[in-house]
Write a protein of this length. Structure first.
Length: 241
């Protein structure tokens, strides 16, 4: 993962996400609902729910929204049912693209995802066509502004916490973990007093693919179309944007 900075992509898309905050809250509510429905309403005993709630907090989602989603999931009756679906394909320039969706209508979601690919010079692939190019990782970002900690000290903290890798820039410390160790590493760093600017499970491309200006514009438009879809939870790409 040397040279891979997820932080740059996060910061680069932050303004666009802020403009879509209502839609993001709607998607997060759906994730919380499904986690609570399948594993129970207590984040202390339901790891999936805790991750979903933490993700909502990172997005500054109001606690009332979180509690409403949990309450809805635990109310009597069958309620709503969603399927987790992963779509794989290629974007402009041959970059790999993974799309994670949570849907109550597979046909609708598949059609919308296919259109987003085709309209922007991409194409959907078969299951397994690009997923092997990504690794599931825990990701934690700690902004360096105002932090009186050097790289050696942070590296010791990461190793003691059980993290796998530390990448450093002038702006941020980026920490990668095994997915199973993510929660423990996150909790350890918080107990040490670090403020986490980002903490999530993600898909990290094994290799970044360089793209030119025209391809970048098409890829970003494709990602925007996918993220605008109510059923799409996350979009991952190997493009070096």
């Amino acid at each position: 993962m040397a040279g891979h900075s997820k932080w740059k992509n996060i910061q680069g898309r932050k303004n666009a996400q802020d403009a879509k905050r209502g839609k993001i809250f709607q998607k997060l509510s759906r994730e919380i609902y499904m986690a609570a429905k399948t594993g129970g309403p207590d984040p202390d005993t339901n790891a999936s729910l805790r991750l979903a709630v933490d993700k909502a907090k990172s997005a500054n989602m109001p606690n009332d929204n979180v509690q409403r989603a949990i309450k809805k999931a635990t109310a009597s009756g069958d309620g709503e049912n969603y399927d987790e679906v992963v779509y794989e394909g290629y974007g402009p320039g041959g970059v790999a693209v993974l799309v994670h969706a949570l849907t109550d209508n597979r046909n609708r979601t598949a059609t919308n995802v296919r259109v987003a690919f085709q309209k922007n010079g991409g194409s959907l692939g078969e299951t397994g066509s690009v997923s092997y190019m990504f690794d599931r990782k825990g990701y934690i970002a700690i902004a360096r502004e105002g932090l009186a900690v050097d790289e050696d000290t942070m590296l010791m903290s990461v190793l003691e916490a059980g993290g796998e890798n530390l990448e450093t820039s002038d702006e941020v410390f980026e920490i990668y973990t095994d997915p199973q160790d993510f929660a423990a590493v996150r909790d350890y760093l918080q107990e040490e007093g670090y403020v986490l600017d980002q903490a999530e499970l993600t898909m990290v491309p094994q290799t970044l693919v360089a793209v030119d200006g025209s391809q970048t514009e098409k890829i970003e438009k494709m990602i925007d179309m996918l993220e605008d879809d109510d059923d799409v939870s996350e979009v991952f790409t190997s493009a070096d944007l």
